[in-house]
Design a protein around this ligand. Structure first.
Ligand code: DON
Length: 569
């Protein structure tokens, strides 16, 4: 039977899907549908970590408890980016609407210096900020989890670390994607870690192989039993210092002892009737997101439609201008006076968009970072969690590149970050994401390198609406931006908004990167005629997000580009 009520079944299915997608977008009551929950939800990079988070919520843990457990579980099940040797940012909003953010970004070691990656002729030494012991910043993740738990946690710390210990000790069956990543990394792991066996296997890794991480289990056990001191002092600190000594790295025991994450007031702004709660510097993500949203706010995106040529042109021109500002004005606010208020003044953002011309692409060479009167001067991972009370957490955390510096801490079973590459090694010289910077993001001892990570929470009329974020280097900001527009302007449901194809422009290089099939051929032609250089590839991300329907159901979007998983109850 291909027909029901005289309508072709496939048509009926499409109509049903469209109806529900529209219902979600409008936040209409949507009951009895698979995938909608109201007691708690976790969306993150691996099913094993999502399950850990869900169990914590079921046990009575809140969103922060679940986040801590997920962070450690990702360090085991997603070694490309989940970490204890890296850092990240948390945006938090409680059920009463109070918000806060935690900066557990890595810091430059005390022995770091502005020209540390330059040779005697003043040129950047290739790969030095990427795959050497000097590529690592002082890790912040463990301190971040300890601080988050101290302030907001409900369950006991030990209960939150234990599931990760079990996963590391007992092992877990790896996915096809993780097998591929481990095989991809293995030549460099061997080269950079002579004599070590962590993450290595005699034969190729295959889907279903058991990955056991005994040393990591021991390190996690110390963190479980001693909290912060399990990592920043004692055996693990000794191991990190020893690793640094052997590889001419810079992180000292004093750097570890002095590392502290920082609570920072959330950056907030409005897009139409939506309140955006996001990460302030040292991430550039929040400021850039608010600038982008304001740049497009007064245009009829909804009428133009998703990925239509006018929509794309407007968004690209906004992105070009915002990333130019990023290159000059964004850096660690504890070292550089970031002109946050000036950058976010509506009149300033509007003035930047004045040179936008519908007839032709603005060449990036014609755009410079703005000037203000009175101004002197495959890897990261994101997870989104909401608990039954409505407390929410958005965390993006990273080692920077896939598997970070690819250097393991001998005996401790974990990877170190290569976050130092996020600094500007030399003014105007692009980093691994093609991003350029200058003084604001120069290397200084103890300074945090600029980030693009954009964990974000959105509310409407005082109610929680969305928790969102993604990895993707420089494309993080534009992916979060487009996912938000997909829901608010283009009536997409959460999963569809995540699935939808994305595109990206970052001022320099002057090109629009698009996912395969993001635009139809007519759109590409129109844009090319106006002078836009379109390159397929170089975008992606793994957006993991939760939308809250009007009657309080949690609707997840887990990115199909990875092994990302959504679980609720
Ligand atoms: O903080 C940042 O902006 C970068 N270290 C993020 C790196 C990243 O997203 C890599 N993932 N694909």
């Amino acid at each position: 039977m291909n027909y029901l009520f005289g309508i072709k079944k496939t048509t009926l299915l499409l109509l049903t899907i469209t109806f529900f997608q529209h219902a979600f977008a409008q936040n209409q009551p949507a009951k009895n549908i698979d995938g909608l929950y109201r007691n708690g939800m976790v969306v993150c990079a691996t099913p094993n970590a999502a399950k850990v988070g869900l169990e914590i919520l079921k046990k009575g843990g809140n969103a922060v408890d679940a986040a801590v457990a997920v962070q450690f579980a990702l360090a085991v099940t997603y070694p490309e980016a989940g970490n204890i040797g890296g850092g990240g940012f948390m945006v938090y909003r409680n059920a009463e609407g109070e918000s806060n953010t935690l900066d557990f970004r890595e810091k430059a070691p005390a022995a770091a210096s502005a020209n540390m990656y330059l040779d005697s002729a003043g040129n950047v030494i290739p790969d030095m900020s990427l795959v050497t012991h000097q590529a690592s910043g002082v890790p912040g993740s463990v301190d971040g989890m300890v601080e988050a738990h101290k302030k907001y946690g409900r369950l006991k710390w030990e209960e939150l670390v234990q599931p990760a210990i079990d996963l590391a000790h007992n092992g877990f069956a790896i996915s096809k994607k993780l097998a591929g990543s481990l095989n991809w990394g293995s030549a460099q792991f061997k080269k950079l870690n002579p004599g070590k066996t962590y993450l290595l296997k005699a034969a190729e890794w295959k889907e279903g192989d058991l990955l056991v991480q005994e040393d990591l289990a021991k390190t996690l056990t110390l963190i479980r039993d001693k909290g912060r001191d399990g990592f920043y002092a004692g055996k693990v600190a000794d191991e990190i210092a020893e690793e640094m000594k052997n590889g001419k790295g810079l992180i000292s025991k004093a750097d570890l002892k002095n590392y502290h994450s920082i609570w920072r007031k959330a950056l907030t702004g409005m897009y139409k009737e939506y309140k955006i709660i996001t990460m302030p510097p040292p991430s550039s993500g929040g400021i850039a997101l608010l600038q982008l949203l304001h740049s497009v706010e007064n245009y009829p995106l909804h009428r133009w439609g998703y990925n239509k040529d006018s929509t794309v042109q407007l968004i690209v021109e906004a992105e070009r201008r915002v990333y130019a500002d990023r290159s000059k004005y964004l850096g660690d606010p504890d070292f550089y006076k970031v002109p946050v208020d000036s950058l976010l003044k509506p009149a300033y953002i509007d003035s930047r968009m004045k040179s936008f011309n519908w007839n032709a692409a603005t060449p990036s060479s014609a755009i410079q970072p703005g000037a203000f009167a009175g101004y002197e001067s495959d890897q990261t991972t994101h997870y989104s969690i909401v608990d039954g009370q409505g407390n929410s957490v958005a965390i993006t955390t990273t080692l920077n590149g896939s598997f970070g510096s690819k250097i393991f801490v001998g005996g401790a079973g974990f990877l170190l970050n290569n976050e130092m590459d996020d600094f500007s090694a030399k003014p105007g010289v692009p980093n691994m994401f093609g991003l350029v910077g200058g003084k604001a993001n120069s290397i200084q001892p103890g300074k945090r390198m600029l980030s693009s990570m954009t964990p974000t929470i959105i509310e409407r009329d005082g109610r929680l609406l969305m928790v969102v974020g993604t990895p993707g280097g420089s494309t993080i900001i534009t992916s979060v931006f487009q996912t938000i527009l997909n829901v608010i302007e283009f009536d997409q449901g959460m999963q569809q908004a995540v699935d939808s194809k994305r595109f990206h422009h970052q001022w320099l290089p002057d090109q629009v990167n698009i996912e395969k099939d993001a635009f139809d051929s007519a759109t590409i032609e129109k844009l090319q005629q106006k002078g836009y250089k379109i390159i397929t590839g170089g975008v992606g991300g793994r957006v993991d997000a939760i939308l809250i329907t009007k009657d309080g159901y949690y609707y997840g979007g887990a990115d199909p580009r990875g092994d990302d998983s959504k679980m609720g109850y």
